[in-house]
Ligand binder design. Structure first.
Ligand SMILES: Cc1cc2nc3c(=O)[nH]c(=O)nc-3n(C[C@H](O)[C@H](O)[C@H](O)COP(=O)(O)OP(=O)(O)OC[C@H]3O[C@@H](n4cnc5c(N)ncnc54)[C@H](O)[C@@H]3O)c2cc1C
Length: 470
């Protein structure tokens, strides 16, 4: 419960219209897209501008009240679950595209802007913002920045981090700082912009962002390579890159995922093959055609049974959409969907795919795998039922082994979904005690009262996942 003094002070800033501590509203914001994490906040607050955000933060810092900034709540790491109560801050009033600067190729936005709305707005001016998370129809830019989200175009164009060049941030003492700007170059001191990107709401609240844009590529083409052998598909990925071709998109779907996606989307995907690669290239037409031909040859040499180029943009968009809906399609299978995010160097992809299948067999689980193969970023996904405690234990053990394998192959526990509360117990696997100590020192310096999204990133105990609420 918020103390009456904190409640009164916050209402005096945002007005009672933008403060809600009803049970219904608290329940609505007690969870996000991550299964099995639920915990009630004390109130939901919707500030109308940066100044109000700063004043709220000052009060919360004084009274040591936790703050959970929340975009659309689509994160998959329990990142917006208010595990320690406090207030959830929404950005529904901070949802404007402030400026598209065609001279400097930048867009300046507030954090609550929906990703797809922003990409549509810049594309209407012939400009391009490449990061395209599967959730872009509902995710916000604030969420994308704080999770450093990736997408289908990450292989060629990088992730959100590569496009954030300036931020306005309310830091945990309530000060408002500006980092970077519309600058191609800026080495004035520590790179605070990069520090904030991917910080999962634990170091401050982003109230404005300036993002880099690039010219829209002239053309793009899409093709599908079909395989009866998972390893051959995975090998094709490293071979394409070893041949010095960097396609825009290089996505992998295994047969169980294909079957579910086709049942959901009914676009005519083959379901009798073991795996497909969805490959896309963009750029000048002659480069696109040349690269597509070379990639088709490589796939065939690596035992693809067929390689088909999408005949029309409608067909290509259907393929992309099918890939983007993979998680939603899998989520229809069983009451609980555990989706993971293990990432390895591309050269280790075939080994990682095999390891996931071995682990699934060992723990007698159905694990469907899809993901951004070109980035080595796989999403092994287990449709299960959290009420079946015995099966959930096997799921936990299987994923712990998957993370260990990823680290053994030189990889990481998360490539794009973040740590949040879900992966916090595994962070030490990747960083070691010393790495965690450095991160904790940064957190302590900026947020000594631990008000910003507490309970996230740093675990109370390592390796064992903490399941809250229910
Ligand atoms: C169907 C589906 C597909 C997905 N596909 C992808 C994908 O392809 N690639 C990918 O990377 N992720 C993907 N995700 C995960 C998720 O959509 C992304 O992490 C996304 O960036 C979260 O955006 P959001 O607005 O929902 O943020 P939220 O989930 O609300 O918040 C995410 C984090 O950001 C913090 N935060 C939000 N706004 C602010 C702010 N203004 N200041 C400070 N902190 C803030 C929150 O506290 C939290 O820690 C997918 C999720 C789903 C459900």
């Amino acid at each position: 419960m918020l103390s009456s003094i904190v409640k009164e002070k916050i209402i005096s800033i945002v007005t009672s219209e933008n403060f809600d501590d009803s049970k219904v509203e608290r329940l609505s914001y007690s969870y996000d897209s991550t299964p099995n994490f639920q915990s009630l906040p004390d109130a939901i607050v919707s500030p109308r501008n940066s100044q109000e955000v700063a004043e709220i933060v000052k009060i919360c810092n004084e009274y040591k009240t936790p703050i959970v900034p929340r975009g659309s709540g689509t994160n998959l790491c329990g990142g917006t679950c208010p595990t320690e109560g406090g207030i959830v801050i929404l950005f529904k009033h901070l949802n404007n595209i402030l400026e598209i600067d065609e001279d400097n190729l930048t867009v300046t936005v507030q954090p609550g802007v929906i990703t797809l709305d922003m990409t549509n707005a810049v594309e209407a001016k012939g400009l391009f913002f490449p990061p395209d998370p599967g959730s872009m129809k509902i995710s916000t830019i604030g969420g994308n920045i704080n999770e450093n989200s990736g997408g289908l175009r990450g292989l060629k164009y990088g992730v959100t981090r590569d496009y954030v060049i300036g931020l306005e941030v309310v830091v945990p003492n309530g000060d408002i700082i500006r980092t970077g700007g519309k600058l191609a170059k800026d080495v004035a001191g520590y790179d605070l912009t990069r520090l904030m990107v991917g910080s999962e709401g634990t170091l401050g609240i982003i109230t404005e962002a300036t993002l880099k844009l690039i010219p829209m590529p002239e053309t793009k083409k899409t093709m599908l390579a079909l395989y009866q052998d998972l390893e051959a598909a995975a090998k094709s990925v490293s071979k394409i890159i070893a041949n010095k071709i960097i396609p825009t998109t290089l996505e992998f779907l295994d047969q169980p995922t294909l079957k579910v996606v086709e049942a959901f989307g009914q676009i005519g995907l083959p379901t009798d093959v073991q795996a497909v690669l969805l490959i896309e290239q963009d750029g000048p037409p002659e480069v696109v055609n040349r690269d597509l031909e070379r990639m088709a040859e490589i796939c065939k040499l690596e035992k693809a049974i067929s390689v088909q180029v999408a005949a029309t943009e409608v067909e290509a968009e259907a393929l992309r959409t099918a890939r983007r809906t993979a998680l939603s399609a899998l989520a229809r299978l069983k009451p609980t969907t555990i989706l993971e995010d293990a990432t390895v160097p591309r050269s280790e992809l075939a080994k990682m795919v095999n390891a996931i299948n071995e682990i699934a067999k060992k723990y007698q689980l159905d694990i469907c795998t899809f993901g951004h193969a070109g980035d080595g970023n796989l999403h092994p996904t287990c449709p299960t039922d959290s009420r079946n405690h015995e099966e959930m234990e096997r799921v936990e053990m299987a994923f712990a082994e998957i993370f260990e394998k990823a680290i053994e192959f030189g990889g990481t526990i998360t490539g794009e979904h973040g740590v949040g509360v879900m992966k916090a117990p595994y962070l030490e696997l990747k960083l070691g005690k010393e790495g965690i100590a450095v991160m904790k020192a940064i957190k302590q310096a900026l947020d000594p009262n631990n008000i910003m999204n507490p309970g996230k990133v740093f675990a109370k105990e390592s390796r064992k996942r903490v399941v809250v609420g229910k």
